[in-house]
Design a protein around this ligand. Structure first.
Ligand SMILES: [Zn+2]
Length: 376
């Protein structure tokens, strides 16, 4: 029959589920969440004392090993870190997307979506920015690819970094917005060391668009000279712009994160921006990124919401992904919330020793055990 996850601490802020509850899974779907469920023919998995959450959604990571400068092997990483939905953050553009679809997206067990890079060449070779030639920001080509691959492409990515856009300023962003408008998708912007102040970038964004790397520490940022979150940043959030961590090798600075969290400005979504380099370096993986925010003072339920319900909504899949509500696909992540003295590092080499971390224990993908920590 199915599976019964027994004795765990369920936490699904999107569905309002919290507490010691059992989760029944049959035919790939969650069928029941309640206290004290009987086995009723199902195989029982004892997850006593562990944290049971919806399978994680990494809203901004990378893939396409060997063809972009980026990209760990998605399934190997995903299943051992509780990630059941992986969103590529613009590794490919109109000229390269089909290869990523063929070789990665369609062959991965982890569910995948993608933001299409407004640059037709995507992130093939980072030493030369993908927008150094503005002609690569080909709106018609992006619209065509977006329509051809509407089942996977959820929006348009653009890197607004001075070294990438050069003299083009916000023109690539304007083109990204035009393409996203045409395909009915969101814009995801990279805002590290932007060519203009944040307010000017934000003014071009529409409700639902996503600001990745908002806690970066290079150039114009979210804080004013007094260290306060800028008024325009709060106003952008009020009109529905999302602020996404997208940690990466270069995009989180602990002092900025502390300031933002201290002023109650939590990330809407916590994503890893995982690359091969980041996996080997300060990012490590999504659960490590989540632990940083938990240790910096973000409440546990908000951390979980930022990797489940909110990114599901950003993908247009609210209530279907990122939830354990009966009827949802049974993507489930189980962690031990460990206590001790653990070391974390930001993207600027600052280290912190902190008491909590998420140790992955079990991952279900569509109701099947996809990975289990050996010995668990
Ligand atoms: Zn990225």
């Amino acid at each position: 029959m199915g599976l019964l996850l027994k004795g765990g601490e369920v936490l699904d802020p999107g569905a309002g589920l919290a507490g010691r509850l059992d989760v029944r899974v049959r035919d790939g779907l969650v069928t029941e969440v309640a206290a004290g469920l009987a086995a009723d023919g199902d195989a029982v998995l004892d997850v006593g004392g562990a944290l049971v959450v919806p399978g994680l959604i990494d809203l901004h990571a990378h893939c396409f090993i060997g063809a972009s400068d980026f990209g760990p092997r998605t399934d190997d990483v995903a299943r051992a870190t509780g990630v059941t939905t992986w969103v590529d953050g613009g590794s490919t553009g109109a000229g390269t997307f089909e290869g990523m679809r063929e070789w990665v997206l369609s062959r991965s067990r982890v569910r995948m979506y993608a933001f299409l890079n407004i640059s037709a060449i995507g992130l093939m070779y980072l030493k030369i920015g993908e927008l150094n030639h503005l002609a690569y920001a080909d709106v018609d080509a992006a619209i065509g690819a977006g329509r051809d691959h509407a089942d996977l492409i959820v929006g348009i990515k653009v890197r607004n970094q001075l070294e990438v856009v050069g003299d083009a300023g916000v023109e690539p962003l304007r083109r990204a917005v035009r393409a996203a408008d045409a395909i009915g998708g969101r814009v995801m912007i990279h805002c590290t060391n932007p060519p203009v102040p944040m307010a000017e970038l934000l003014a071009l964004l529409r409700p639902g668009d996503i600001v990745s790397h908002f806690l970066h520490g290079r150039g114009h940022g979210i804080l004013d000279d007094a260290g306060q979150v800028r008024r325009e940043v709060r106003q952008a959030r009020e009109r529905g712009v999302l602020f996404d961590v997208a940690h990466g090798r270069m995009h989180v600075k602990f002092p900025i994160a502390r300031a933002a969290l201290g002023q109650g400005f939590y990330p809407d979504t916590i994503s890893s921006d995982l690359t091969l380099g980041g996996a080997a370096g300060c990012v490590k993986d999504l659960p490590t990124t989540m632990a940083k925010f938990l240790n910096l003072g973000m409440p546990l339920a908000e951390v979980v919401r930022a990797v489940t319900a909110t990114p599901a909504k950003a993908l247009g899949r609210a209530g279907r992904l990122g939830t354990l509500a009966p009827g949802a696909v049974a993507d489930v992540a189980v962690f031990r919330l460990e206590s001790g003295a653990f070391e974390f590092e930001d993207a600027h080499g600052e280290r912190m020793t902190a008491p909590r971390r998420f140790a992955p224990e079990l991952t279900l993908r569509a109701g099947e055990v996809w990975w289990r920590r050996s010995g668990a």
